[in-house]
Design a protein around this ligand. Structure first.
Ligand code: ADP
Ligand code: MG
Length: 704
């Protein structure tokens, strides 16, 4: 048998039935460049053509079915726009009416009474008679032996493709041509015999054939399992082999001492007891930084679970060992807030802490840059500004990235490169991410999880209200302000540049003013178009309690901490994603008092929006919310996946294939334990395929 390799690399226009024009379209519209790309263009659904029904067997409420028979009559009825074609289709058990509203004359011309046909369509009951409108229709003799009686694949196509007659059916024909061409070709195996035996996997070739034209549902499932397993296996292999390589290659700084700063802070500065989860996580980090390799660790924890303190204590370990540190946050507000809350304690320990953001300029900036390079700053807090070439350190030993989902791998590696021996890295998430996603997007990192909230937190009460209830909601806010609390009112600002969103915000601000100012309450406003000094000024007023209400856009989404605020009112809540809603809600519930979150929406929500509101009112658990989010939106849309640089997925779905992912990852771990450099004879197939995928990934750029 010839090998599949060369044939599969053939450019798609050379497939019988394609040609240059259609080839171009396939490349541009769906990224099918080669035979292999077409082979990997999987159906999204199947229709059951495994069974031929008799007309006499038709019952109400059947799905689409296949019938075989002849047309005995074809009559045009009506005229003009009401023109239709009514046929009588007959087999040896009965007759059924078939109706067309479009393409009438063409269909009438092409159907022959001498010919036997196979119809595929859904029977509906009309005036006590079954009929089928616009069925798929094929000459019985044309139904190729090869894939007759199989599940029939449906493929996604675009409007432009359909306009050139490449619809799902046409695509399935092309796939059929390709599969027939590959029938005598051998496919190289890319997994080991052990793995194939252990999971009873289909061979590659069988899987590829059965994913397009499965004989039955069971075969389809097995094919899909094999391909998903393979896909997830190689994603994990890519991540974990990189990680294992890094661990072997880079000698990190071993932080041998847990010195006086850490002890002093722990004994004198902490005004609460750490939760057990925080203690455990600090231990994990300490141990990891001691071992002499470079730490790359993800810290997951729900909003308000106390990740910052873990970061501070890790920073202190680094400084105790004679190194500089930095902490990068995604927004100026958050960087400023970290600076304010962290620096006070650290100043009193005699440490040098500075902040560097885009708005720090001139001589102040020069001074910071110079001191950092001279090793005269212990902790540099900042935004993206930290990534700039000019920012240098004398001896950078530890890096914290807060709210990692706002940054990508590129930024992470920029920070790491700021020292010859790479510094230890701790990345923190804003909200929990589902485990499957964490294993994939952050699969090359070790993970620590804070799964426990500080004691005494009251869970936030969440309500879903529509605009009709606005007066009562405002009344409730007034009551709470009378009791001495403060409130956030947040408007969606999905796109920074959208004029409409700003108009909404400003309208909202005015109506809030009308409703609350006459009571003598003061109102702050903060949004992305304000200068950062003005924003900071407003935030400060609210923080100090000089204003009672903060009207804002999602700029306050991350990390802002005003414990006296106990109400979060979210306007047009249906426009926010679940992760954002959960983040926003996390701005309250930071003090001892009962807190509230009100989700204000229009009436008549879509099913998904309703599900989001329902989830929010039912649970405060960020891990649960993240799972629902993944199910509703699918992994492609979840923040972080786009920048993660991971291999694109063609068939596996992180929302539903968690179990397969676990198994695939376990196989990878076993493999790397046995053969860290993937060089043993029996692993050559795996090694070769991984290399091929990596080059294809580069090629992927040509599509987007
Ligand atoms: P996040 O994980 O969302 O970044 P933070 O680190 O901002 O949360 O912590 C939220 C609040 O909880 C802060 O005010 C912090 O001081 C407080 N906090 C953290 N750990 C504890 C603890 N063990 N006991 C009591 N309060 C804590
Ligand atoms: Mg935080």
């Amino acid at each position: 048998m010839p090998s599949s390799l060369n044939i599969l690399l053939t450019s798609i226009e050379y497939l019988k039935g394609v040609g240059p024009a259609k080839g171009d379209l396939l490349k541009k519209e769906v990224g099918i460049y080669t035979f292999n790309d077409l082979l990997n263009y999987y159906p999204y659904r199947y229709i059951d053509k495994t069974h031929l029904y008799k007309i006499g067997e038709i019952k109400p409420d059947m799905p689409s079915i296949q019938l075989k028979g002849r047309f005995t009559k074809l009559i045009e009825q009506g005229g003009g726009r009401k023109k239709r074609l009514v046929g009588t289709f007959k087999d040896d058990t009965g007759r059924i009416e078939v109706v067309w509203f479009k393409g009438v004359s063409w269909i009438k011309k092409s159907i022959k009474s001498s010919e036997e046909y196979i119809l595929f369509g859904k029977p509906t009951l009309y005036k006590n008679q079954f009929n089928i409108t616009h069925p798929d229709i094929e000459k019985a003799e044309d139904q190729e032996e090869q894939f007759a009686n199989h599940l029939f694949p449906l493929y996604h196509t675009t409007e432009k493709m359909k306009a050139k007659y490449i619809d799902s059916k046409a695509l399935s024909k092309l796939v059929k041509v390709l599969l027939l061409e590959l029938k005598e070709v051998s496919f190289e195996e890319n997994l080991t015999v052990q793995i194939i035996d252990r999971y009873k996997l289909m061979t590659r070739k069988a899987a590829v054939f059965n994913i397009h034209f499965p004989k039955n549902e069971n075969q389809q499932k097995r094919a899909s399992f094999r391909l998903k397993f393979e896909e997830l296996f190689f994603i994990q292999l890519n991540l974990l082999s990189a990680k294992s390589y890094r661990k072997r290659k880079y000698k990190g700084h071993p932080f041998k001492t847990v010195g006086p700063l850490f002890q002093d802070y722990f004994e004198h500065k902490l005004d609460f007891d750490l939760t057990n989860a925080q203690k455990r996580v600090i231990k994990e980090i300490r141990k990891d930084m001691l071992l002499g390799h470079q730490m790359n660790r993800l810290l997951q924890g729900d909003v308000g679970s106390g990740k910052t303190i873990v970061a501070i204590m890790s920073i202190l370990i680094a400084i105790d060992n004679g190194f500089q540190t930095c902490l990068m946050a995604p927004t100026e507000i958050l960087a400023a807030q970290h600076f304010k809350s962290i620096s006070m304690d650290l100043f009193s320990l005699g440490l040098k802490v500075e902040i560097l953001t885009g708005s720090i300029k001139g001589s102040k900036r020069d001074e910071i840059l110079q001191r950092s390079a001279a090793g005269d700053i212990d902790l540099l807090i900042g935004t993206h500004a930290l990534l700039e070439e000019k920012v240098k350190f004398k001896k950078l030993g530890f890096v914290v990235i807060d709210e990692q989902h706002r940054f990508g791998v590129v930024q992470r590696s920029k920070l790491i490169k700021k020292n010859n021996i790479p510094p230890h890295v701790l990345v923190m998430t804003a909200t929990p991410i589902p485990r499957t996603l964490a294993l994939t997007v952050y699969g090359d990192l070790d993970t620590s999880v804070i799964d426990e909230m500080p004691p005494g937190r009251k869970s936030i009460k969440t309500f879903h209200r529509t605009n009709a209830n606005r007066l009562r909601v405002f009344g409730f806010i007034k009551e709470q302000i009378e009791l001495g609390f403060q409130a956030y009112i947040v408007y969606p600002l999905i796109e920074e540049s959208s004029k409409l969103d700003y108009a909404d915000l400003m309208d909202g601000y005015e109506s809030v003013c009308r409703a609350f100012q006459k009571e003598g309450y003061k109102i702050s406003v903060a949004h992305g178009r304000m200068k950062s000094e003005d924003k900071e000024f407003e935030m400060q007023r609210f923080f100090k309690g000089e204003t009672q209400i903060m009207v804002a856009t999602n700029v306050i989404e991350v990390g802002v901490n005003v414990p006296n605020a106990n109400i979060m009112l979210i306007e047009s809540a249906e426009r926010f994603g679940l992760a954002q809603l959960h983040q926003l809600r996390g701005r309250v519930g930071r003090g001892a008092a009962q807190s509230y979150c009100v989700l204000m929406t229009k009436e008549g929500l879509s099913k998904d929006s309703f599900m989001r509101m329902k989830t929010m009112t039912e649970t405060n658990d960020g891990f649960k919310i993240a799972e629902v989010d993944l199910k509703l939106r699918g992994p492609g849309d979840i923040t972080g996946t786009q920048q993660s640089g991971m291999l694109p997925m063609k068939i596996a779905n992180l929302a539903t294939d968690g179990r397969i992912l676990q198994e695939a990852r376990r196989s990878v771990v076993d493999l790397l334990e046995e053969d860290p450099s993937i060089s043993k004879e029996k692993h050559l197939g795996i090694q070769k395929y991984l290399k091929k995928l990596m080059t294809e990934q580069v090629d992927w750029a040509r599509i987007s």
